[in-house]
Design a binder for this molecule. Structure first.
Ligand code: NDP
Length: 291
């Protein structure tokens, strides 16, 4: 009889602040469902400690790590290889440790597209996509949409430098037409936009009653309106829904980006429904605690 094995395969997330990051819930549910002896750790890492944390990752033979604010760009200094998309985006949210070789990937935009195609049944090819925001999430989404064959991308952002930089990346590197509009006052929605994505942090708790300032009269039933805020609904989506648009929340993006990471780490297909239900349950229990 062979001796019992107590060792667990370790993955997790480095971030600051990270205490409210819910990824542990969906990854742990997936490990449990597939009876894998893996553990996901939520680890507070201050910006100045990232070099030691990455050395620790290797020392502990961790199988990989997620990165969240503020480490997604700084982590590039510690990686051996980058996926083509992560290289274009210039940020990594998932690291895979392949026998000591650290490979960086960005699953945010891929997760968004999977939610758009599988949950909203949308086809992005040739579509005009309006993205509100030009931060990390917007960058990942815009690059992946462009790589997936979007016809045209319009970026509306408050700060011009981030917005123009992202448009230049899309048009110069992925060769998809990209157009920047500076956000001043109420932003008009281009009539021919097919898909509209709120990729700003407007609406993120505790300011979850805030709504991106766009002209909702430009929204109708011909458009799909998406929000990256990871919540079952947002005031932005409710307002767009009341105009007849199909709406897509950010829960699917969160689940799918985690599912892609799960497969990259374990080599196994992720139990999407288990992960989705675990996340929904977590949000419901938080709502009950708050009320
Ligand atoms: P960043 O800080 O990199 O970018 C924030 C963006 O929001 C910028 O474009 C910023 O504009 C804009 N913004 C913030 N406040 C305002 C405001 N008051 N008016 C106008 N624009 C504003 O953040 P991330 O891109 O990393 O995250 C953005 C959102 O994406 C967050 O809500 C995060 O939770 C969500 N997210 C969701 C994921 C999911 O799986 N569902 C995964 C990753 C992120 P400016 O450039 O002018 O500052």
């Amino acid at each position: 009889m062979s001796a019992k094995q107590y060792i667990e395969q370790l993955v997790g997330v480095f971030g600051h602040p990270v205490a409210e990051n819910p990824t542990v819930v969906l990854q742990q549910a997936a490990f449990h469902a597939l009876e894998l002896p893996w553990r996901y750790l939520t680890i507070e890492v201050y910006p100045e400690d990232l070099p030691s944390a990455m050395a620790g990752l290797k020392a502990f033979n961790m199988r990989g790590i997620n990165l969240t604010i503020p480490h997604k760009q700084q982590v590039l200094d510690f990686l051996d290889e980058l996926s083509p998309a992560a290289q274009l985006i210039g940020a990594v949210n998932t690291v895979i440790n392949r026998d000591g070789i650290l490979v960086g990937e960005n699953t945010d935009g891929k997760g968004f597209i999977r939610s758009l195609t599988e949950d909203a049944k949308a086809d992005v090819s040739g579509k005009h996509i309006l993205i509100l925001g030009a931060g990390g999430a917007a960058r990942a989404i815009a690059v992946e949409l462009a790589l997936a064959g979007a016809g045209k991308i319009t970026i509306i952002n408050r700060s011009a430098d981030r917005g123009t930089d992202l448009c230049r990346l899309i048009s110069d590197k992925v060769k998809i037409p990209a157009h920047f509009i500076q956000w001043e006052g109420t932003a008009a929605v281009p009539e021919d936009a097919d898909i509209i994505v709120n990729a700003t942090s407007i609406g993120l708790p505790p300011d979850d009653d805030l709504i991106p300032d766009i002209d909702f009269t430009g929204i109708d039933s011909s458009k799909i309106v998406c929000d990256v805020i990871p919540a079952p609904s947002t005031p932005f989506l409710r307002k767009a829904g009341s105009r007849g648009a199909y709406t897509l929340d950010g829960m699917g993006m969160l689940v799918y980006q985690g599912a892609i990471g799960f497969t990259l780490w374990t080599g196994k297909e992720a139990p999407i429904e288990v992960m989705h239900q675990a996340l929904l349950k977590e949000f419901e229990s938080q709502d009950q605690q708050d009320s």
